[in-house]
Design a protein around this ligand. Sequence first.
Ligand SMILES: [Zn+2]
Ligand SMILES: [Zn+2]
Length: 167
Amino acid sequence: MSSQRGNVVRTRPQRHQNAEVFRNDKHDTSAHRKKINAKLHEGLCQHCKEVLEWRVKFNKYKPLTKPKKCVKCLQKTVKDSYHIVCKPCACELELCAKCGKQETIVIPIQTSPVKTEEQAAQNDEQKSTRETLEGGGELNLGGGLEDDLELLMQRIKNLKPEKTEVQ
Ligand SMILES: [Zn+2]
Ligand SMILES: [Zn+2]
């Protein structure tokens, strides 16, 4: 009964002060990791985009193994993790694909890299409907769901020497 293991009171506060910016590809240089890192978070509002970027950065992004059900068209067309609206619906309804709210989309969805003339005309139509749809776009942050993420993201922001502004 001389040594009491596990009975040590830790007085040191637990702190994570990373001197250098965290890199998730430091040890994992697989193609899989690169693919996730290169992922373009399109069709998302600023908040959701940041959340997903955070997930990717800290290896918390799990790619979908099979398509999920879209909350709008109810088809199994959602191919991106954490998204609730499929790309065609998000594009058509001008919604954020992750929170499903009518927010300002940071990176517009590109349905196909090569645009046909027909698609270009459709896009023009969508632009005019977008103008009528916008206006009620208050910033609706929070909801309490991702409080932890919020907190960590704040920390990350503090870690970053410069914040990349996305217009
Ligand atoms: Zn859909
Ligand atoms: Zn969103």
